[in-house]
Write a protein that binds this ligand. Structure first.
Ligand SMILES: Nc1ncnc2c1ncn2[C@@H]1O[C@H](COP(=O)(O)OP(=O)(O)OP(=O)(O)O)[C@@H](O)[C@H]1O
Ligand SMILES: [Mg+2]
Length: 228
């Protein structure tokens, strides 16, 4: 890899202890993702894709092994430091959009900015990212229920972008969208990678969606499947 790694997994194992026996979700997995890379993660249901994404996102912790995100070893970090990392370095995009239904589009985008600065403001920044994702001002005061799926996903991407994260994590970002809308969202993610240098890690079941990525990582039984 010619790019400096921004995500490093060394021998990472994740075990969920369950009454009926332990579930090994990740099994001694190692990988490096370079700054500015666009990665697709594919693999069968239950293979560990979301577990991998959740650990990169500091939403879950490994049972063993080392995880370095943007130069920081997450095992040595306090809860407050992890919260800061999630807020400042990572942006999350989900299949279900996960917008706050009582807030309008603009307020949804403003929310992480308020969490960061502790004050309402930053309206210029919100307008800037909403414009960047292609949401016209006439829609900024619509609530999620008054927007199409594609428009809601644009709001979710703007929200993920507002604190200018280094890494965007996407779990099936086009899973709830029709093909045409899904293509527009993939074009948008590609633009963010190419023009703004974002590192994108995207889980997808869809081979056509995965084709947008620079590299496809195949996960099977919690391990990376090496190409023959
Ligand atoms: N919180 C949890 N508690 C117990 N087991 C879990 C938990 N989360 C995931 N698992 C198990 O870990 C394994 C990997 O799950 P994961 O959600 O990472 O799969 P996935 O590849 O994202 O699947 P899908 O394509 O269906 O979303 C599965 O066997 C799953 O049942
Ligand atoms: Mg999953």
């Amino acid at each position: 890899m010619d790019k400096e790694p921004v995500i490093i997994f060394s021998d990472v194992t994740k075990i969920y202890p369950l009454g009926a026996g332990d579930v090994v979700a990740l099994n001694h997995l190692s990988l490096e993702i370079g700054r500015g890379e666009f990665i697709a993660i594919m693999g069968p249901s239950g293979s560990g894709k979301s577990t991998l994404l959740n650990i990169i996102g500091c939403l879950d912790t490994p049972t063993s092994g080392e995880v370095i995100i943007d130069g920081r070893n997450i095992r040595t970090m306090s809860d407050d430091q992890l919260t800061e990392l999630r807020r400042d370095v990572l942006g999350f995009i989900f299949q279900q959009f996960n917008l706050i239904l009582l807030l309008n589009a603009f307020e949804n985008v403003q929310y992480p900015l308020i969490l960061k600065t502790g004050e309402t403001g930053g309206t210029d920044r919100c307008g800037e990212v909403l414009t960047a994702v292609g949401l016209t001002p006439d829609l900024w005061h619509h609530r999620p229920g008054q927007l199409s799926g594609g428009q809601q996903q644009r709001v979710a991407i703007a929200r993920a972008l507002v604190n200018d994260p280094e890494i965007m994590l996407c779990d099936e970002p086009t899973g709830n969208l029709d093909t045409k809308t899904g293509t527009a969202i993939m074009d948008l993610l590609t633009m963010l990678c190419r023009e703004q240098g974002k590192t994108i890690v995207m889980v997808t079941h869809d081979p056509r969606t995965a084709e947008y990525a620079d590299r496809i990582i195949l996960i099977e039984d919690g391990k990376i499947r090496k190409e023959p």
